[in-house]
Design a protein around this ligand. Structure first.
Ligand SMILES: NC(=O)c1ccc[n+]([C@@H]2O[C@H](COP(=O)([O-])OP(=O)(O)OC[C@H]3O[C@@H](n4cnc5c(N)ncnc54)[C@H](OP(=O)(O)O)[C@@H]3O)[C@@H](O)[C@H]2O)c1
Length: 336
């Protein structure tokens, strides 16, 4: 068997480029060692965080080394196992990397059932982005029924879940911010948000005033930058801001733009708190059961944006930063 894989060739400057990776087309497929499982990768999760993992410097996880297979979450099928908990044919989720075959420690893998939901959903709404939405909103954001919730990146993997589960739990109003009329239509008409502000063609400040007349109680921030500043100016008293990400800043060549309106936190006695989803790993199962139940009842919708072909990886990753994905961006590597 032949393994194709993308390795990090150099640290990107600004927007990611194809030359930042080396595409290896004839790597050997390693035998699993004791406690390891050989996984045939079927789908890969493409995440904005991958851009940060390519940088040197302090973060919540070490950077990918030059010459290493690019880090990525994936879902696949076990082809050989030296961990008694897994057998060939099992479907699993774990950190497989951007490659066709991955040898992974069994204890880091989770079994999933493709009969319950399609496999890509385990990389989206019932995977890491869904967990981020759930714990970000309920734990970090201390959501309360009646809250006016605003979420940026509203049509994306995390954002689409945040707004829907806020509605399920009794939000007063849920307002999305997204780029473009089609995304806003998806957010309001399909997902049931109360309103959506098109930041590419509209006035975010005016939109927040119009759709959040009593101010914003909870802002789930996926994008940072100017939009964060505009929401800071519309906070209600005792508001909470969840710093989930700042995708507008990830490809900067200049230093990250900090919020200039941060004194509104003082004025409104509000808090702004960062989160990393991995801190909630011990509770993923409970959240997945609850969200799986909502999906089964038709209350929680999940959209995946699936692109086929491992060889397209660098260009497909760029879709995240160009705003070309709607829902969870997934790379299809092989037929299930
Ligand atoms: N803290 C954690 O543990 C954790 C875990 C998972 C994800 N995250 C973060 O959550 C955020 C969303 O991740 P995701 O996986 O759900 O990605 P996503 O929203 O599915 O995809 C990224 C989206 O970001 C938007 N975007 C790109 N450039 C932008 C810009 N300059 N200004 C405003 N919006 C821009 C685009 O949507 P538009 O078309 O609307 O612009 C794009 O579709 C990211 O910041 C990510 O790093 C954090």
């Amino acid at each position: 068997m032949n393994n194709r894989q993308f390795k990090l060739a150099r640290r990107p400057v600004g927007m990611v480029k194809r030359e930042d990776f080396e595409f290896v087309t004839a790597a050997p497929v390693p035998e699993p060692g004791d406690g390891e499982v050989l996984v045939k990768v079927l789908y890969l999760s493409l995440d904005p965080a991958m851009r940060g993992w390519m940088n040197e410097g302090k973060s919540y996880i070490p950077p990918v080394g030059i010459g290493e297979v690019m880090r990525a979450g994936g879902v696949g099928v076990v082809v050989a196992s030296k961990d008694s908990a897994f057998a060939p044919g099992d479907h699993v989720v774990g950190m497989t990397g951007v490659q066709e075959y991955a040898t992974v420690k069994g204890k880091t893998l989770t079994k999933v059932n493709p009969k319950l939901v399609p496999l890509p959903v385990y990389l989206g709404t019932l995977g890491m982005p869904g967990m981020t939405a759930y714990f970000g909103l309920f734990d970090v954001g201390a959501f309360k029924p009646g809250d006016t919730v605003v979420v940026s990146g509203a049509a994306g993997a995390v954002g689409q879940v945040v707004g829907q589960i806020a509605k399920i739990k009794g939000a007063g109003r849920v307002v999305g911010i997204a780029g473009g009329a089609d995304k806003c239509k998806y957010v309001t008409e399909t997902l049931g948000f109360d309103a959506c502000i098109d930041y590419k063609h509209g006035d975010v400040k005016a939109g927040l005033k119009q759709h959040c007349p009593k101010g914003v109680d909870l802002y789930f921030d996926n994008v940072g930058g100017e939009i964060l500043d505009l929401v800071l100016a519309q906070l209600a008293m005792h508001a909470r801001i969840v710093i989930c990400g700042a995708v507008s800043q990830y490809n900067n060549t200049e230093p990250v733009r900090g919020p200039s309106n941060y004194m509104m936190l003082l004025v409104t006695r509000s808090t702004m708190k960062g989160m990393v989803v991995f801190d909630f790993a011990s509770r993923y199962k409970d959240a997945a059961i609850e969200m799986g139940g909502w999906m089964a009842q038709g209350k929680l919708k999940s959209r995946e944006d699936i692109v086929a072909g491992l060889e397209t990886f660098p260009d497909t990753l760029l879709k995240l930063f160009k705003g070309e994905n709607t829902g969870k961006l997934v790379l299809k590597v092989a037929e299930g």
